[in-house]
Design a protein around this ligand. Sequence first.
Ligand code: NAG
Ligand code: NAG
Ligand code: NAG
Ligand code: NAG
Ligand code: NAG
Length: 297
Amino acid sequence: MFLLPLISILFILATLSNAQFWPEVDEAILGPVVDSDLLNLVLDDPDFLSQVRILEAGLDNSTKLEYKNGHIPNAIYFDAAQISNQSDQIIYDIPQPEIFENYVSSLGISNDNDILIYDRTKYGMKASARAWFLFKLFGHDFVSILDGGFRDFLSMGYNITEKISEKPKRKFKVFYRPELAKSFEEMVGVVKAKNMTILDAREKSEFDQGQIPTAINVPYSSLFESDTDLLKSDIELWDMIKQKNIDLSEPIVTYCLKSPRASALMFVLDCLGAEQVSLYVGSWNEWSKRINQTDLV
Ligand SMILES: *[C@@H]1O[C@H](CO)[C@@H](O)[C@H](O)[C@H]1NC(C)=O
Ligand SMILES: *[C@@H]1O[C@H](CO)[C@@H](O)[C@H](O)[C@H]1NC(C)=O
Ligand SMILES: *[C@@H]1O[C@H](CO)[C@@H](O)[C@H](O)[C@H]1NC(C)=O
Ligand SMILES: *[C@@H]1O[C@H](CO)[C@@H](O)[C@H](O)[C@H]1NC(C)=O
Ligand SMILES: *[C@@H]1O[C@H](CO)[C@@H](O)[C@H](O)[C@H]1NC(C)=O
């Protein structure tokens, strides 16, 4: 979905071959969703590489080892677990802004860089969407995700490398947007006031065992084509949202068990033009441990 129309690809290629235009570009040079063919096409262009940072996002330590054994050329490893503040109740809590700022700077990323993220999970979205959410929360908008992730890139037969790409440290500054993240206390307020659409990105079997009151189930897996594991087309996604009576102009909050799948749903809704989407960071893991039904009356 959201594949760049040919005209934009031609524009990008024209821009790439015309270095003098490069610094003037004040818009994302990639659409929010990028496919493997386009990435492979621009992957060894020096202008593209100076503008765009490619990140492989991982949520566990085994991914880091797999990254070392072969990754998309020029990709930098983004440790989405290490940069998250983990506790028993909130598995992937938000890092302190200064910690995020220092970490991103240390990877050689500045506010001027566009970012393209991929991961190795089944749909190429879970860890990437977590990283996308952090960038969005901390004020960076030009962040794209590779459709189908590493698996799709490999399956197309494109070259990978073991070469670790080190970039010199740059200055990244955060612009924190607290409205994109909801806490437990805020969610209790939302449930009582019934003033947001609550979307649960867990699978139906998980949803059926208990959910936050009024939540609508939009399973993570339903965002993808079952045969290719790529994102569904925007028309199919629109249809699904419409069938569930979800109004994209209303305030929406997403959650799942730990928050990565809900970040992916947030990403998709953002791409579809939702105006006010936020994430319940503690998600069901925290809610189910803390909620006291009497507090909701
Ligand atoms: C992952 O590695 C880091 C250090 O690199 C360590 O602190 C952390 O405990 C490890 N996590 C797991 C789940 O093993
Ligand atoms: C996690 O939270 C604690 C307490 O607020 C803070 O000291 C620590 O730096 C945080 N870690 C990260 C990765 O943000
Ligand atoms: C992979 O790399 C080799 C050697 O650099 C090159 O000849 C080949 O065209 C590349 N394949 C693809 C699919 O890009
Ligand atoms: C919903 O209601 C709660 C509690 O009154 C309030 O704090 C919050 O700002 C409201 N949110 C929206 C999106 O209107
Ligand atoms: C739930 O809240 C009620 C009223 O505030 C309180 O009386 C009760 O002890 C609480 N139950 C638990 C398990 O915390």
